[in-house]
Design a protein around this ligand. Structure first.
Ligand code: ADP
Length: 176
């Protein structure tokens, strides 16, 4: 990964609902009507207006993304993307996961977002192995950033230490 691209990628540990960025990304499900994990945390923090807007969107396909306002969150926008459920890696999971990052970044750029934060999409209930997800997501993001000035900065907000460590290792390997 080019040094100029690496300098636009940050890792933090914490709760994505607290981040003051232009857009946070939600690891949603195809209904967009809320769920557990980071999805539940985002809806709780944003308030019921978020669910009301999500109801108007007609769901979201796996690998795609849709954008809403952030309501009571410190962020302006929430980008809802649906990661693949991991079932061994032979069912196009990597392409779908890469597509989540590309489509989310495309929406962020379209909405003039300079700063965007992602959780580790698919790495919770959807069971994607952390090291593999980190590699795929960093690669897709680096490719996008090489072609686009926006977003200027992409942060992964990792909720626990294993996720943080996996992303840190993948970023170090990609920067070699
Ligand atoms: P998925 O269904 O895509 O696997 P999950 O929400 O189950 O989504 O998990 C995705 C990742 O988000 C997991 O690594 C989980 O630990 C993490 N996570 C859960 N809550 C938060 C939060 N408040 N902020 C950031 N990441 C979170």
């Amino acid at each position: 990964m080019d040094e100029r691209i690496a300098s636009r990628i940050k890792l933090v540990r914490g709760d994505i609902t607290t981040l003051n960025v232009d857009a946070i990304v939600n690891a949603a499900n195809t209904s967009l009507l809320g769920g557990g994990g980071v999805d539940g945390a985002i809806h709780r923090a944003a308030g019921p207006e978020l669910l009301a807007e999500c109801r108007t969107l007609g769901g979201c396909a796996t690998g795609s993304a849709k954008i809403t306002r952030g309501y009571r969150l410190p962020t302006d926008h929430v980008i809802h993307t649906v990661g693949p459920v991991y079932s061994g890696g032979g069912r196009g999971e990597a392409d779908l996961l890469a597509s989540c990052y590309r489509e989310s970044l495309r929406l962020a750029a379209e909405h003039q977002c300079k700063t965007v934060a992602f959780p580790a999409i698919s790495c919770g209930v959807y069971g994607y192995p952390l090291a593999e997800a980190a590699r795929v997501s960093l690669e897709a993001t680096a490719e996008f950033l090489a072609e686009s000035e926006l977003p200027r900065e992409v942060t992964w907000c990792l909720f626990d230490q294993p996720a943080y460590d996996a992303y840190q290792e993948a970023l170090a390997a990609a920067a070699d």
